[in-house]
Design a protein around this ligand. Structure first.
Ligand code: SF4
Length: 485
């Protein structure tokens, strides 16, 4: 068992000069349970800077439950936008004064009472009890749950299990402060993706389940020529590259350490991208965007200089949507592809099938010249094993007989679904709906692929899915690919 006093002492010293979490700040500044509760509700799935500004706007109009009661749901939504899920939070906040009336208009301090309030779960209740009232409570959020497991101080599967385990073993003097310390630590150093273990004050950390960030040497930060024997390629539908930029994209690129990193559904034109996104150290970037702003689009980061770049398929109706980008290297082509979605009511199924037919002609032409890698969001689950509920989805976009038949056709033409070369297990998905907690329950679809032409089968040394990487409704996939002897 680790020395938890020593660990938390070192963390406290490390975060001493960091900004405290926003709810702590509001608690210290106001000592007002109403404001602490409101700010805690706003802070869920929202960056601290955004929460702080939204709370300031809201408190300017409603500093207590009586004033909040005078605002409509729309007015509240306008004030708190753009916090995450602001529509739902506006609904909770509008219902809050009536719920507080059961407690004489005051915020209660007991967990059982707090969780009866709209939008208040166990985590929020613990935080409000600790921060607003200074009463014994352990607020276990994702950082506390994750880091306590990394240290091996608990071995639990859910935040609730962590809270129960900590109630038994965490010394009481840490109950009120552990959340603030580990949130600040988890946001700055022990990040969910690629933690900075190289800079961590905890030299003996056991790092359970952690993949530390790779330190890229200065030499690696410059463009390379493909002389190594095995290259790593990654593909990720980022569901908006500007959105994912704010969710740790650069750390993810560094941690995956790919030689080529393909993206899809970038939803941006090159002039809308920040200089940082266009110029990641060691990579050149290429983009093919839709004419319609904020829609579709593909991109590729590469450490190697391509011989040529092919934008699209040469067919206007598809190229207007920025769906295909191909780089040519000495002994292979690499295509990043965002296949159309057949859409609700299969309104775009015909469009998709025409795109598929054109794409097939295009890739067969390339594969006739040299090795070809196709990667991206194919927007189709090929076999029943590739989605959780195949029977229910037969008539829906992404699993219609027509879309699956095209995938059969691609395989019959000699292309190989590289992931299935190495893994035949069910439950291996790359996309999960944002609804109904689907990702946590692993109710998903495998619709992102790396395919290679038949002649390149022996060059594929590994293939993987990276479900632990969050930031989009898809997760990245990767392959290791051998290059010329
Ligand atoms: S060594 Fe790494 S995993 Fe362990 S606490 Fe430090 S940053 Fe986190």
């Amino acid at each position: 068992m680790i020395d938890i006093d020593l660990y938390l002492q070192k963390i406290a010293a490390f975060v001493a000069d960091k900004k405290p979490p926003v709810v702590d700040l509001i608690a210290t500044q106001t000592r007002d349970p109403f404001k602490v509760l409101t700010a805690t509700i706003l802070s869920a799935r929202t960056k601290d800077e955004v929460t702080a500004k939204a709370a300031e706007r809201l408190f300017a109009k409603a500093k207590n439950a009586t004033e909040l009661d005078r605002l409509s749901r729309t007015e509240i939504a306008v004030l708190i936008k753009p916090v995450g899920f602001f529509h739902s939070k506006a609904k909770y906040l509008q219902a809050l004064p009536a719920a507080l009336a059961r407690f004489a208009g005051r915020v209660p301090s007991e967990i059982d009472e707090l969780i009866t309030l709209p939008g208040v779960g166990r985590k929020t209740a613990n935080l409000v009890r600790a921060q607003a009232f200074g009463l014994p409570a352990i607020c276990v959020d994702t950082h506390v749950h994750r880091i306590m497991n990394i240290w091996g101080y608990v071995a639990t599967r859910t935040p609730l299990e962590t809270e129960m385990a900590l109630r038994k073993q965490l010394p009481p003097q840490h109950w009120l402060t552990v959340n603030s310390l580990l949130v600040a630590f988890g946001q700055t150093l022990c990040k969910p993706v690629a933690p900075h273990c190289d800079k961590c004050p905890l030299a003996n950390c056991r790092k359970f389940g952690v993949r530390p960030r790779k330190i890229i040497s200065d030499k690696r930060k410059t463009m390379t020529t493909p002389t190594s024997r095995c290259l790593k390629f990654v593909s990720w539908n980022v569901n908006g590259i500007r959105a994912v930029e704010k969710k740790g994209f650069f750390d993810i690129v560094a941690s995956l350490n790919a030689d080529i990193f393909a993206t899809q559904e970038t939803k941006a034109q090159p002039e809308q991208l920040s200089a940082e996104l266009k110029n990641i150290a060691g990579y050149q970037s290429y983009w093919h965007s839709a004419e319609r702003k904020g829609y579709s689009g593909v991109g590729i980061y590469t450490r190697m200089e391509p011989i040529s770049v092919i934008y699209g398929l040469g067919v206007e109706e598809f190229d207007n949507e920025g769906r295909v980008l191909t780089l040519e290297f000495a002994d292979f082509y690499f295509s990043s592809i965002y296949f159309p979605n057949s859409a609700d009511g299969l309104k775009r199924l015909d469009f998709k099938l025409r795109f598929n037919a054109e794409l097939q002609k295009f890739v067969l032409g390339l594969a006739a010249k040299k090795s070809l890698l196709l990667c991206g969001d194919f927007n189709v689950a090929h076999k029943p094993i590739d989605l959780t509920y195949p029977e229910k989805n037969r008539k829906f976009a992404g699993y219609t007989p027509e879309e699956c038949a095209w995938m059969d056709q691609l395989i019959a033409a000699g292309f190989i679904d590289t992931f299935r070369m190495f893994n035949q297990e069910a439950g291996q998905y790359t996309w999960w709906s944002f609804r109904a907690n689907a990702r946590a329950k692993n109710i998903g679809w495998r619709i992102d692929y790396f395919c290679v032409d038949a002649n390149s089968r022996d060059r594929v040394l590994a293939a993987a899915i990276h479900p632990e990487i969050i930031g989009s409704d898809h997760c990245p996939i990767s392959i290791d690919f051998k290059i010329g002897d």
